[in-house]
Design a binder for this molecule. Structure first.
Ligand SMILES: NC(=O)c1ccc[n+]([C@@H]2O[C@H](COP(=O)([O-])OP(=O)(O)OC[C@H]3O[C@@H](n4cnc5c(N)ncnc54)[C@H](O)[C@@H]3O)[C@@H](O)[C@H]2O)c1
Ligand SMILES: [Zn+2]
Length: 380
């Protein structure tokens, strides 16, 4: 494999959105450049860096130093870690803190952390003073390959995940691969679910590469990692550029997510199942349902399960979710934002790399399959 980062050790992927275009920069030691990059984008502006306590401890000083050296006045605002921070209470507390830090319309917010901080800080940035600019500095694999790119921001509500939010595009995404060295292995694996998703959606050779390189990816081999992040971001950037507000093909990025969100919701969104883990289980279910509906050859679904297992990802619906039964599961799936006029929208597949959106999925058949294979007495 040629070095995917090129001679400068950087890969720059544009997200082409007319007046709101921006770059995703992938490479090493990028956080130490955040000061000059921020100052270049927003001359004479202040920065509010938002991070959870773990990320603030690991990377807060480096980011604040870089901003100070570049002459940028900055404050660090800590938010609680975990999905629970993506709540109305969490949003209110963060907006209050940003206003207390005197963030003005022309200033900028830096979301330093995983998808939780990116979603929450991005939403707060989109709301305060009717919208201020923000930069994504993603520090989890999941955030680097998925949540930091594309401008979706949100909090969760009682009714489900990500139901209150805005499209608010960042001005820049800095994906510093060095930050992944401190990420717990379980979080790395969860991020790999979203990496592999791009292969399953539309790039069968990339899926095969991911399963072949499972060990290298899990052990954070620099060349495997930079290839995986580069391919994933390029795939996401292309889809977002073609369909920013998810009127069509952007929905493909939700492969496994309708099932996955139901799993997250029914497990109480308490961190017992990570988002990427739920997505992995959901992608397995999406392929199984595709086979049950005679849309997809069975060997493809077997290969998906084998590949996910190879990467160390879970496949079985957790017991506490199974115990709640198929009706509760379907009700949780029905909360999905993709559903229109009470019809179930699903992302299914005709094979590996051939995902498609089905707007009126046959609920009875999907329910019967889930009852038989997941919720029956002899689940898979
Ligand atoms: N906006 C989108 O398009 C989009 C897409 C996918 C997922 N999401 C959202 O992303 C969230 C999940 O994000 P996540 O998986 O990044 O989880 P996360 O943000 O909760 O981070 C996971 C954990 O890793 C820790 N952490 C982060 N970076 C670290 C580092 N470099 N070293 C050590 N510890 C570190 C955090 O403190 C946290 O405890 C979900 O809320 C999901 O809904 C959003
Ligand atoms: Zn996801």
């Amino acid at each position: 494999m040629t070095d995917p980062l090129g001679p400068q050790g950087r890969r720059v992927i544009p997200v082409a959105l007319a007046g709101r275009s921006y770059e995703v920069v992938i490479g090493r030691a990028l956080l130490s450049e955040i000061g000059p990059r921020f100052a270049g984008l927003k001359p004479a502006a202040k920065a509010a860096v938002v991070a959870d306590p773990t990320v603030a401890r690991h990377y807060g000083p480096m980011v604040l130093d870089s901003l100070a050296v570049a002459g940028v006045k900055a404050s660090l605002i800590e938010v609680p870690s975990g999905e629970g921070a993506k709540s109305f209470d969490g949003l209110e507390a963060l907006c209050d803190a940003l206003l207390a830090a005197k963030v003005e319309r022309r200033d900028g917010v830096i979301a330093l952390g995983g998808g939780v901080v990116g979603d929450l800080a991005g939403l707060a940035a989109g709301l305060i003073k009717r919208g201020v600019d923000f930069i994504q500095a993603p520090t989890t694999l999941l955030a680097q390959v998925d949540s930091s790119v594309g401008g979706k921001t949100a909090i969760d509500t009682r009714a489900g995940k990500n139901l209150v939010g805005l499209f608010h595009q960042p001005r820049l995404v800095l994906a510093d691969l060095d930050t992944l060295t401190t990420l717990p292995p379980r979080e790395v694996r969860a991020g790999l679910a979203e990496v592999v998703k791009y292969g399953l959606i539309g790039d069968a050779p990339f899926f095969a590469w991911c399963t072949r390189e499972a060990r290298a990816l899990n052990t954070l081999s620099p060349s495997a990692l930079s290839h995986a992040v580069g391919v994933s971001v390029a795939a996401k950037a292309a889809i977002v550029a073609a369909d920013e507000t998810e009127m069509g093909q952007r929905a493909l990025l939700n492969l496994g997510h309708t099932f996955g969100h139901a799993i997250e919701l029914l497990s109480g969104m308490d961190g017992s199942v990570l988002h990427g883990e739920a997505v992995a289980i959901g992608m397995g279910l999406a392929f199984d349902v595709s086979v049950a509906l005679d849309l997809c050859p069975a060997p493809d679904a077997h290969a998906v399960r084998a590949g996910l297992a190879q990467l160390g990802l879970p496949l079985a619906v957790p017991e506490p979710v199974r115990r709640q039964g198929v009706d509760a599961f379907l009700a949780a799936m029905a909360q999905d934002k993709k559903n229109e006029a009470g019809r179930l929208t699903l992302i299914l597949a005709r094979g590996i790399g051939q995902a498609f959106v089905i707007k009126d999925a046959p609920v009875d058949k999907v329910a019967a399959h889930l009852q038989l294979s997941v919720f029956g007495t002899h689940p898979l």
